[in-house]
Design a protein around this ligand. Structure first.
Ligand code: GLN
Ligand code: ZN
Length: 784
């Protein structure tokens, strides 16, 4: 069978189920919604495009839910979640449940339907969408609730009860999952017009009555357990915030609800203080902890756990794709059982499986040995159940020994270890890597050499990716066109993009990235130590998914990756052409990373590979090199106490990539966000010559952080217009923005560029927008 050994235990369970088996204490925090082949994505997009009906979308969704519930039931999972499905986002679902629809969407009460729901998520012809932001330190994004004293809360979506009933009618008794009331408030922001300092937590009195109604409805529908996700408990919380949990859960009167309540935490350890608060909550029967990322949780539990309560032990990693080390997990579980009683330990996932890939069974092209090391969501369910059975004394020896063989093969496989790389990376630690000359002097030398005007214009890298272009890449990958034809097609595309930029009179050009489908996968395909999946998609936001490469071994660069295309592009123009690379931290943060060595070690290895590429580009005559670090901030640990260490090795890794170039080689970096007030010193410490950032949706004041306390001498290009929208900004509008920036930043360091890459835009939008951008820059140059 394609899924190999993972099929085995399911069958065993089915065989044995004729004799009564003690229900195993197994639990899944949540499950991916997109489907094994992104079925939900395609159904959503077709519905949004008006190509299919609401009923068709609902049918796809119901089929996905049914198959997930059945899969878990067949695997023997005892506590199966419901309401972890969402048409867009679980936080938005909670906003709908509470009727907290911002007034601008013109909702008039009643049950919230697709119209209002998707308008909040995506905007509509007249109203923009609600803000979206990263879900903790994942690449998932949630829709930020907008709250204030004016919001009239009402019970406006019965989705959680409907999903519970739907599962029940299919014969599956589930644990309905809700975003807990305190996390919901802590993750929200004051609505427009509401003071920034408004105490959002005070709204708890208004939302608790709705939560109470929901709990009562679930009880009436037959639920016996209910799960509240309170992941904010892993953050650095003030005692006031912690008290909000005590207060809210007391007010909910869960002890009177007749239900068993589980509170889930995930993504990191809870602090000792949060642990005390959590385990003292009234009316709660079980507590869930992330035992993969949370390294201190075990000690806290062993130091004292409320008697008679259940521990949901998250030992199976929901954030990664590695097969669990079952023997080691079982040891952990048994020792926990020794402390709190074996019948009180429920085997679980570290967090929702939303953050991992869906099903390994669809990876038909993956190397067999590597595949034996992996477990996606569908396989993790089987692992959870196998551990639960083993803990209950019914260990499936065959399954465990197959797992042990795979673990051993991963430890000893020569494809994992590359001694030379290990040595080189180890030598980097503790040392410093910096360009010898300071940035202001470098920048001056660079401007002189390339004769750049003041307020130089550039773009971030990619140009529109047309359907034809995607087709060429696809055909080449499938061996349907020859390498020669492929090179010709890409060359033509590059030449078109170069000509366009010359016509537009842009100063520093890009080749447009037509050969890349994704800024991380492109490098993953070429580096050793990486594997690429066919269907390893993970939801990023709404219908958007990403497909992170898998880093399974020591990373090295067998040969140059971008020099061919970049030097070809440079040869087409006399203007400087940016070499375009993805930085080590971003490659790391947007991949599934090995768990058998610390993240920084893997990052240093990638940095060395990128360093070689940078130096090869320089040798080939490329004098401007952009090293994107779009995801540097995303990897910032949730807890303050761990942030300095991360920033230290992340910034060090970036500097390693370019510490060896000449003063006159200009290093750019790009970041897809602008709120780095808290990490500004690290950004400066990256020591790039020019940094372009996303800024068009925030105000210029943010830029003043670059001047606060530190004299920042490097070039800075705050995105001058929003590439996420099809809108074409006028010359006046752009000039106005540049002027506002000039009020904060020196003219000799300001660059003029869009927000981010132009990949998702159409030429009809890009041409006039860039033309206006250049015109605005020229207008201001004349005035300076
Ligand atoms: N160079 C990349 C591009 O332009 C950067 C993308 C990103 O920052 N997400 O597409
Ligand atoms: Zn970007």
């Amino acid at each position: 069978s394609p899924s190999g050994l993972y099929r085995l235990p399911v069958r065993c369970f089915a065989l044995r189920s004729s004799t009564p088996v003690r229900a195993m204490a197994s639990h899944i925090v949540g499950y991916p919604r997109m489907g094994p082949k992104r079925e939900l994505k395609f159904a959503l997009e077709s519905f949004w495009d008006g190509k299919s009906s609401a009923e068709e979308l609902q049918k796809v969704a119901a089929d996905l839910r049914a198959s997930i519930w059945k899969q878990m039931a067949d695997a023997g999972i005892r506590y199966i979640p419901s309401n972890t499905f969402s048409y867009y986002d679980q936080v938005l679902d909670t906003t709908a449940m509470l009727g907290a629809v911002p007034a601008r969407y013109g909702w008039n009460g009643g049950e919230i339907g697709f119209d209002t729901y998707f308008s909040m998520a995506r905007g509509n012809a007249s109203v923009p969408a609600m803000e979206m932001t990263k879900w903790f330190d994942t690449n998932y994004h949630y829709i930020v609730p907008e709250l204030g004293p004016e919001v009239k809360f009402s019970y406006a979506s019965h989705k959680v009860v409907e999903e519970y009933k739907e599962a029940k009618s299919l014969g599956v008794d589930t644990v309905p999952v809700l975003v807990g009331p305190v996390s919901y408030l802590l993750l929200s922001k004051p609505a427009k017009g509401v003071e920034k300092s408004y105490p959002l937590l005070s709204l708890v009195e208004k939302i608790l009555p709705i939560y109470k109604d929901v709990v009562a409805d679930l009880k009436a529908a037959g639920a016996s357990w209910i799960q509240f996700d309170e992941p904010t408990l892993v953050m650095d919380l003030t005692s006031h915030q912690l008290q909000a949990f005590t207060h809210a859960y007391a007010e909910l009167e869960l002890d009177l609800s007749g239900l068993d309540v589980l509170i889930e935490t995930y993504f990191a350890d809870v602090s000792a203080e949060a642990y005390r608060t959590l385990t003292s909550l009234k009316g709660v029967a079980g507590f869930g902890f992330d035992l993969v990322r949370g390294t201190k949780a075990l000690d806290l539990i062993k130091g004292g756990f409320p008697s008679g309560k259940y521990l949901f032990a998250g030992v199976v990693d929901g954030r990664n794709i590695w097969a669990n080390d079952l023997a080691s997990s079982l040891t952990t579980l048994q020792s926990l059982g020794g402390v709190i009683g074996r019948d009180k330990v429920v085997v679980s996932t570290s967090c929702s499986l939303l953050h991992t890939a869906v099903d390994l069974a669809n990876e038909t092209k993956l190397d067999k040995e590597i595949k034996s090391w992996l477990a996606f969501a569908a396989q993790k369910i089987v692992e959870v159940n196998a551990l639960a059975k083993a803990l209950a004394g019914q260990k499936d020896e065959a399954f465990f020994s197959a797992n042990a063989v795979a673990q051993a093969s991963r430890k000893s496989s020569p494809r994992v270890t590359n001694e030379a790389v290990q040595k080189a990376a180890a030598a980097l630690r503790g040392s410093d890597h910096r360009r010898p000359t300071n940035v202001s002097a470098r920048l001056e030398a660079q401007y002189k050499k390339s004769n750049l005007p003041i307020l130089p214009t550039t773009t971030i890298g990619s140009f529109p990716q047309t359907i034809e272009l995607r087709k060429v890449r696809r055909e080449y990958k499938a061996n349907r066109i020859s390498e020669d034809d492929y090179v010709k097609a890409i060359e033509e595309e590059i030449s078109k993009v170069v000509k366009l930029q010359e016509e537009l009179d842009i100063d520093v050009l890009v080749h447009g990235e037509p050969e890349r489908n994704d800024m991380v996968e492109y490098f993953g395909e070429q580096l050793s130590g990486f594997a690429i999946t066919l269907n390893g998609w993970v939801q990023s936001y709404g219908s958007r998914c990403v497909k992170p490469p898998i880093i399974y071994g020591d990373v090295s660069r067998p040969k140059a990756m971008t020099v061919f295309w970049s030097s070809m592009a440079q040869s087409m123009t006399n203007r400087p052409m940016k070499g375009m690379l993805t930085g080590p931290v971003t490659i790391l943060n947007w991949s599934f990373v090995r768990n058998d060595q610390p993240r920084f070690e893997t990052c240093y290895q990638i940095a060395l590979a990128i360093k070689d590429e940078v130096e090869d580009l320089e040798k080939a005559g490329v004098t401007v090199i952009q090293i994107d670090e779009a995801a540097l901030r995303e990897g910032l640990p949730l807890r303050k106490s761990e942030q300095a260490f991360y920033l230290d090795w992340a910034v060090h890794s970036f500097r390693i990539t370019n510490c060896g170039v000449q003063d006159t080689t200009q290093i750019h970096t790009h970041m897809c966000y602008s709120n780095f007030n808290d990490i500004i010193h690290s950004i400066i410490n990256m020591d790039a010559d020019v940094i372009t950032i996303e800024n068009s949706r925030s105000d210029e004041k943010l830029l003043s952080v670059f001047r606060e306390g530190v004299k920042y001498g490097a070039g800075i290009g705050p995105g001058i217009y929003d590439i996420h929208s099809p809108r074409i900004p006028s010359i006046e509008e752009i000039a106005d923005r540049i002027n506002k920036m000039l009020a904060v930043l020196e003219s000799n360091i300001l660059w003029v560029n869009p927000d981010c890459g132009l990949k998702t835009r159409k030429y009809a939008e890009v041409k006039p927008a860039l033309s206006n951008m250049v015109a605005a820059a020229k207008l201001l140059r004349a005035q300076l």
